[in-house]
Design a protein around this ligand. Structure first.
Ligand SMILES: Nc1ncnc2c1ncn2[C@@H]1O[C@H](COP(=O)(O)OP(=O)(O)OC[C@H]2O[C@@H]([n+]3cccc(C(=O)O)c3)[C@H](O)[C@@H]2O)[C@@H](O)[C@H]1O
Ligand SMILES: Nc1ncnc2c1ncn2[C@@H]1O[C@H](COP(=O)(O)OP(=O)(O)OP(=O)(O)O)[C@@H](O)[C@H]1O
Ligand SMILES: NC(=O)CC[C@H](N)C(=O)O
Length: 564
């Protein structure tokens, strides 16, 4: 038997240096008392991932350095214990026009009160939601340290997606690769990670341990699910996803190299995609509300599927006592909307109120009657209703402190089928990265499962089966304005999520006119998305940090080449 190591799969809070340092110290003591002599904490554990432009503040980086020294000092009495802590380090030389970065995304190796080594991440991701080159300079060194008689090669997240850093560590004597990570969740990400890490273990011929973060940070969610692989890429340890825990692995020395002591119980079984997705949404909501200190959440419950799904997620996230639903009927609200909204609120046991918008709507129309004389009703009147609801919800938020959860889905955010300062008014957009077809699938999944014990089948069946409607004019359905959702979502997945060209999508079997219309809607609604609340990213391309299109743009993909 040789080294027992531990992974601090914990939920750190961006900027809470003292709280994060305390968590690391507590985890190190706990791990040590259970026989571990190495504790791996996730990437940038001292400051949380990602601190974004806080990295540009010298005071922030200095405070992180100070916190690392404090952790080292606090753990001075743990003989033979090694703790790896992720943190930014360095400085920036500023002038008015350029910022020369001398700052690294680093990790320090602490033992017996000292900082033994500091490693600087070599591969800095700068795609999707990552902006690491904005903040950091790539490192050029290698870090191999000793813990419990084992030579450990340290890598930071993206480093391990490439061959060179791992090879350099092996050449420097590493017997095992320790990778500390902050790898945002999206559906399918866990599989991508294990494939890449297994490839790395095999190509360098070393076992690999992957220490990962858990928790939500603004739009991204980290799923934990730390793991360890043998040198042949086979699984030796698989921690549960979306749970804070201290995870242990025991290494043993073999005839050739080292490997993990096999323990069947250390392999958490795989989970279905919907269960992971549900957890991501729940953790995203819980951490946004919790880390930002809201007493509760409030939402408009319409009897439609979007608000129904958001209500179910919110209750699983923060409990029925902290969630409030408000039905705000208008002259166009169908009876079944009232009935289903009441029924759903009753099933989940949340506070439910009804505030009619009929009189307010009439009063607004009265105020505008002179201005609008002789003009036909159009979306103006539809939007007025959405805005009255948004105003009422924001008033409740102001008075009671609860955050307003918005309910727009990705299909709506893509096409602009939502009202600025209306149903878009609020603080956190829970399902903004779920296509409408996924909304339906997830509602069905939640009705068949009760993962948080808040009640089975919370969503009345009719909410799922009735045709979606904004109920902003008589007999309106979404399909009056948008292509059928299966077609719309198929196009959106290709065009928006996978960057396929319009001609490619048409070649895949979609009608040209529909594809071009959808592409146009996406383009002309960029301004709305820029004003939309932040929301949880659960796909590899969300309308957030990894969608950066200009609002003002004359580019038309299908216009053909024009002579100058
Ligand atoms: N490039 C630009 N940059 C900045 N602002 C720009 C802009 N272009 C328009 N605008 C502004 O935006 C306004 C138009 O946007 P907005 O007022 O939101 O309204 P608009 O997009 O015209 O209409 C909203 C649509 O969403 C539908 N809806 C609403 C509510 C809920 C649902 C649902 O089913 O969930 C659907 C509704 O039926 C209607 O078809 C313009 O009047 C202008 O003031
Ligand atoms: N009568 C209503 N009472 C309370 N909130 C409403 C009402 N109508 C709309 N809203 C709010 O505005 C949002 C957008 O309305 P909309 O009706 O388009 O969505 P939905 O009912 O959730 O789902 P669907 O798009 O399937 O109808 C709702 O999700 C809800 O939060
Ligand atoms: N923090 C990072 O370096 C993350 C990049 C990496 N490819 C991931 O998402 O897993």
């Amino acid at each position: 038997m040789t080294l027992k190591l531990a992974i601090a799969q914990l939920n750190f809070v961006v900027g809470d240096l003292t709280g994060n340092a305390r968590k690391i110290v507590d985890a190190a003591r706990d791990a040590y008392s259970q026989g571990a002599r190495l504790l791996l904490t996730p990437e940038l554990s001292i400051c949380g991932y990602a601190a974004e432009d806080l990295f540009l503040r010298p005071a922030f980086v200095a405070a992180c350095d100070e916190a690392v020294r404090a952790v080292a000092a606090e753990l001075a009495d743990l003989d033979g214990m090694v703790v790896v802590v992720g943190h930014p380090t360095g400085r920036s030389l500023r002038s008015r026009s350029v910022a020369v970065q001398l700052r690294h995304n680093a990790a320090s190796v602490l033992s017996e009160g000292r900082i033994l080594d500091t490693y600087a991440k070599r591969e800095l991701p700068n795609y999707q939601v990552f902006d690491e080159r904005r903040y950091f300079t790539p490192g050029e060194g290698v870090c191999v340290f000793e813990a419990g008689g084992v030579s450990v090669g340290l890598l930071i997240c993206e480093d391990a997606w490439f061959d060179a850093p791992a090879r350099l560590a092996r050449e420097a004597g590493a017997e095992i690769l320790a990778v500390i990570n902050a790898s945002p969740f999206h559906v399918g990400k866990e599989g991508e990670r294990t494939v890449r890490m297994a490839e790395r273990a095999r190509t360098v011929g070393l076992p690999l341990v992957y220490a990962h973060l858990v928790g939500g940070q603004d739009e991204v969610v980290f799923d934990g699910a730390s793991f360890a692989l043998e040198a042949d890429g086979s699984a030796a340890l698989q921690a549960e996803s979306f749970k804070e825990q201290l995870v242990f692995a025991q290494l043993e020395r073999r005839e050739r190299g080292i490997g993990f002591v096999h323990d069947e119980a250390a392999l958490a079984p795989p989970r279905e995609a919907e269960a992971q997705l549900w957890d991501a949404l729940v953790v995203g909501v819980r951490d946004y509300i919790g880390k930002n200190g809201f007493p509760g959440a409030i939402l408009g419950l319409s009897g439609g599927i979007d608000s129904a799904l958001v209500l179910a997620i919110a209750v699983d996230a923060i409990g029925r006592d902290r969630v409030r639903a408000v039905m705000m009927p208008s002259p166009y609200t169908a009876d079944i909307s009232w009935i289903d909204a009441r029924e759903m609120a009753g099933r989940l046991g949340v506070r439910y109120d009804e505030i009619s918008i009929r009189d307010t709507f009439e009063s607004f129309r009265g105020a505008l009657a002179g201005e609008f004389e002789g003009l036909a009703e159009d979306t103006t009147e539809e939007n007025l209703q959405a805005r009255i609801r948004g105003t009422l919800l924001m008033a409740l938020s102001n008075k009671f402190g609860s955050i307003v959860l918005t309910t727009g889905n990705k299909s709506e955010m893509a096409t602009g089928y939502c009202t600025l300062y209306g149903d878009m008014a609020g603080g956190f957009a829970v399902i903004k990265d779920l296509l409408k077809t996924t909304v339906f699938a997830l509602a069905r999944w939640r009705n068949a499962h009760d993962p948080y014990g808040t009640g089975a089948a919370p969503i009345p069946e009719r909410i799922i089966t009735r045709p979606p409607s904004a109920e902003l004019r008589p007999d309106q359905t979404d399909q009056d304005s948008l292509p059928p959702y299966d077609i719309l979502d198929g196009i959106l997945a290709r065009y928006m999520e996978d960057d396929e060209g319009i001609d490619e999508i048409i070649a895949a079997g979609y009608e040209r006119a529909v594809v071009e219309r959808v592409a146009r809607l996406i383009k002309i609604n960029e301004y709305k998305r820029r004003q939309a609340p932040v929301g949880i990213r659960v796909t590899h391309r969300s309308f957030g940090k990894d969608w950066r299109y200009p609002i003002t743009s004359k580019f038309n993909e299908t216009a053909g080449r024009k002579s100058l």
